[in-house]
Design a protein around this ligand. Structure first.
Ligand SMILES: N[C@@H](CCC(=O)N[C@@H](CSS)C(=O)NCC(=O)O)C(=O)O
Length: 330
């Protein structure tokens, strides 16, 4: 076990936040241990929680209109430094997000991605350029560049709060879900940031970047649906106006993931993609070579698209290569 912990200077002015790395994900249990005294909901998508202990989560759900992407801001507002992190920031909305961080008096320490996005460019590298000291975070399995690579079972600390890393591949090879901690001082109910593994009533497509319907089905069922039913699920996108769901709700109403595995795979698998567009896409992707970087199999990944009638994301050819290097362009 690697546990580098959290160190504060004697003057309490500088903080050093490091990932705790456990070789055994099973060392975290998922039974609720704490009662919320009350929760304050000031507006949709934002709240702070007060527990019986002193830790308080400040939370904001932010939306980027063009790609329908959610960015999440989390901070430990009861800590003197108010350490904060952003999950899935988008380049186009970095200034808005950083302005909010500033207005709330937070100290941003991590800019994190749930996966290598195909439909927009991550804001990670822009943030690093604007806020010295911020570290970019992504899964090791993504094959992307970042300052910190996380693996299943890792804990990402911000003040006295932490996120646990769960591997949820299937939409892409390196997708992870970040789940708020289990234990005293951690928010209740737990919250899971699912990226594109699980969308509200749906799930991420599985037809590029090492995607696999088999993996997606297994990872959602073993890593998300095993969380307590009241766990709040926050997706990476929503195209219908939803903001949040719960494990219990998705186990009943998810239109794809409630099916048996065979039906799920047939929903996700190819039927309708035209040969020409597949061939064209193969050529473009070969030029960038990102598929090899991600350790995926180009030919199998593009044997057809899904039968979900989803066009390839408009920005895929720009976004994937940029996001493999943390959002850097050029
Ligand atoms: N039209 C959008 C892309 C829409 C899309 O494909 N969304 C992805 C997640 S972003 S790669 C997805 O998995 N959707 C699943 C679904 O059921 O909607 C664009 O051009 O950007």
């Amino acid at each position: 076990m690697l546990n580098l912990g959290f160190i504060r200077s004697s003057a309490c002015r500088f903080s050093h936040f490091i990932i705790s790395h456990s070789s055994s994900p099973s060392c975290f249990s998922f039974s609720p241990k704490q009662t919320i005294t009350f929760g304050l909901r000031s507006q949709m998508g934002s709240f702070t929680t007060l527990s019986q202990s002193s830790s308080r989560l400040l939370f904001r759900q932010l939306f980027e209109n063009e790609s329908c992407t959610y960015t999440y801001l989390l901070a430990d507002s009861s800590h003197p430094d108010k350490p904060a992190l952003l999950i899935d920031p988008v380049d186009r909305t970095v200034d808005r997000d950083l302005n909010l961080v500033r207005e709330l008096g937070l100290k941003l320490i991590y800019a994190m991605n749930t996966h290598v996005h195909a439909d927009h460019i991550t804001g990670t590298s822009l943030i690093k350029g604007k806020v010295p000291g911020v570290k970019s975070v992504i899964s090791k399995a993504s094959g992307s560049k970042a300052d910190v690579f996380v693996e299943p079972g890792d804990k990402i600390s911000f003040g006295n709060l932490f996120l646990e890393v769960r591997a949820t591949p299937g939409h892409t090879v390196g997708c992870v879900t970040y789940v708020t901690g289990d234990g005293p001082d951690q928010p209740q109910p737990r919250m899971a940031f699912t990226g594109d593994a699980l969308l509200i009533r749906g799930c991420g497509r599985t037809d590029f970047q090492g995607g696999s319907s088999e993996q997606l089905y297994k990872s959602v069922h073993s890593q998300i649906f095993t969380l307590p039913k009241e766990t709040l699920l926050y997706p990476g996108h929503d195209y219908k106006g939803y903001t949040v769901t719960t494990v219990g709700e998705e186990m009943i109403y998810n239109l794809r993931l409630t099916k048996d595995e065979e039906t799920f795979r047939s929903i996700m698998q190819s039927k309708s993609c035209s040969t020409n567009s597949v061939y064209k896409k193969k050529q473009e992707i070969s030029i960038y070579g990102w598929f090899r970087i991600a350790g995926s199999n180009l030919s199998s990944a593009f044997v057809g698209a899904t039968d979900l009638n989803l066009a390839y994301p408009d920005m895929i050819d720009v976004a994937l290569p940029a996001n493999m290097v943390c959002g850097l362009q050029d």
